[in-house]
Design a protein. Structure first.
Length: 559
């Protein structure tokens, strides 16, 4: 049995005319300029497939320097150079590199290869086969009950080779931790690498643009991107497939493509012939290799932030950097500062290095200053009690290039974003206090509906914050410094008004919904509501003062 991922359709894509289809790896790269995006069954499948394709793209194309990246970016396709660089050669340099690489690894992409199956450990074959639903976190298996799926261990579930391949790639990145089937005695496993952070992906108008936007300079012999070494390679290039024994001690990655394809599990798929053709009806999953590195040193698609304290008049970092994660209700826009804006002086936050790469290309005029891309952010939340998957998430933010490349002259933008997100946080805290104070005034006599205010407040700010980011980008593209500052302040003022209105509407809606059965309930409601309105007014006035002071360095700080 054979399923060649290089030539068989298995990657779910959407074409530029909106058609959904599946393509092979070869077709995805040769037609990337005609594809809109990858679109997996779930956000984590989409994220994992992008990471796998980026590792392969780096090994095919590099790019080893900015000139190579520019050639790939300005050409009509990944295999056609810009018009002014075309020659009479039958194949371009990039197409030759692509074909040469695929030829060198052609036996490593067979899903059912007897000695080197794709991303698997053939030595596991001596173990008993488990239900293939172990690959699918949304399907019930063993004692992992789910709300809507009623699969039992006795049910015979099979997957097509294409489905199995997608979930195999996803498993290596996003599998939940906990106890696994031991190869011998070791059952424990850490959660897959991508559970530790929100995975960011800058998205262009085509899949070709998306791949290149997320491909920083890759030159292992020169140590780029750090800490990549000359020994770096993706998992399918390892000299030998991982042995069946888990690597409990773990190791550091050899570089960026090793990180993108980290073997967090030892896996083996069991194919069988059926009336439907070849299907996968069993799987063995055991603990794999533990990652031993500091994430900020090795992960390029994650953002990080530090807690700070003021020391001798300056903010200094305290503690270890924390990765940005997706949260329920509170949108990813709250982390716009960490995700989009660089921090030049004190490095209190670290945006993804893939975004740093785009900022550098834009600063060199390789990317149009007025372009606006989409930042797509993927995440998975695990249940802290059992380690099972609690939620999959995918959110988007507009990413104006002008905002990404803002240099020291525009350092104000980072502070303005911080003040703007801080206002939304403060108003959200004020709404929580409103609910809490009302419950306290009733001494628990009349229970209230908890979390209603959060549901009516946070989700309604995602769209206006996207508008705010676009306005910041347009302001930064203004050639006149005075006009630029005025437009930045006006954009901040419109955001403040939207936050205020959203907070007021949430409070009013909550007040209408609160059960009232007498004068005591009405009295208990009146004071917290008035306090909230007073606090909201003060927060907005403080925001106005802070933004004005920020843009007028002559003004002294109001103690």
């Amino acid at each position: 049995m054979k399923f060649d991922l290089l030539t068989e359709p298995w990657l779910p894509v959407v074409t530029t005319n909106g058609a959904h289809t599946e393509m092979s790896i070869r077709d995805v790269f040769t037609q990337a300029h005609e594809l809109r995006w990858l679109d997996g069954e779930t956000p984590v499948v989409t994220a994992a497939l992008h990471r796998m394709l980026l590792a392969l793209a780096h090994r095919c194309y590099g790019p080893e320097n900015a000139s190579v990246w520019k050639r790939l970016w300005t050409g009509p396709s990944l295999h056609e150079p810009p018009e002014d660089e075309r020659s009479d050669n039958e194949r371009s340099e990039d197409e030759r590199a692509f074909e040469k690489y695929l030829a060198s690894v052609s036996d490593r992409f067979d899903l059912f290869h007897t000695t080197r199956p794709f991303l698997q450990t053939p030595a596991l074959g001596e173990k008993a086969w488990g239900n293939v639903t172990q690959l699918l976190p949304h399907r019930a298996t063993g004692n992992n009950a789910t709300l809507f799926d009623h699969t039992t261990t006795a049910d015979r579930v099979t997957l097509s080779p294409a489905q199995a391949a997608r979930w195999l790639v996803t498993l290596q990145a996003f599998d939940a931790g906990g106890l696994k089937t031991p190869y011998r005695t070791d059952k424990s496993s850490e959660a897959g690498l991508a559970n530790r952070f929100a995975t960011t992906l800058l998205e262009g108008s085509t899949l070709r643009e998306t791949l290149l936007l997320n491909m920083p300079i890759y030159h292992p012999d020169a140590g780029y991107p750090r800490p990549t070494s000359a020994a770096d390679c993706p998992a399918w290039e390892y000299k030998h497939p991982p042995g069946p024994e888990p690597d409990k001690q773990g190791r550091a990655p050899t570089g960026w493509t090793d990180m993108l394809t980290w073997p967090s599990r030892r896996v083996l798929l069991h194919p069988t012939h059926t009336d439907q053709g070849v299907r996968v009806d069993g799987v063995i999953i055991t603990p794999g290799t533990r990652l031993r590195t500091d994430l900020p040193d090795s992960e390029l698609m994650a953002a990080f932030r530090y807690t700070t304290k003021r020391q001798r008049g300056k903010l200094v970092k305290t503690g270890r950097p924390q990765p940005v994660l997706l949260e329920e209700l509170r949108g990813v826009w709250r982390h716009a500062r960490e995700l989009l804006v660089g921090d030049w002086e004190n490095a209190h936050r670290e945006r993804p290095r893939t975004i740093e790469h785009v900022a550098e290309m834009a600063a060199s005029d390789n990317i149009a200053a007025d372009a606006v891309y989409t930042l797509r952010v993927f995440g998975q939340q695990l249940n802290p009690q059992g380690g099972a998957v609690h939620a999959w998430q995918q959110e988007t933010l507009p990413a104006p290039v002008a905002l990404l490349r803002a240099d020291l002259r525009h350092e104000a933008v980072g502070d303005l974003l911080g003040l703007s997100v801080g206002l939304a946080d403060d108003v959200g805290d004020a709404l929580k206090r409103l609910e809490r104070d009302f419950a306290a005034a009733l001494s628990g006599e009349a229970p209230t509906k908890r979390q209603l205010l959060a549901q009516w407040y946070w989700p309604r700010l995602s769209e206006p914050f996207g508008d705010f980011l676009r306005e910041l980008g347009r302001a930064l593209n203004s050639g006149n410094t005075g006009a630029q500052q005025r437009e930045l302040l006006e954009a901040a003022g419109r955001w403040k008004n939207r936050v205020r209105t959203t907070g007021e509407n949430a409070a009013d809606q909550w007040a209408e919904d609160v059960p009232r059965r007498g004068a005591r309930q009405l009295q208990a409601l009146a004071k917290p509501l008035n306090d909230f309105r007073g606090l909201l007014d003060w927060l907005c006035r403080t925001f106005d003062a802070n933004t004005a002071r920020y843009h007028d360095p002559e003004k002294e700080e109001d103690d």
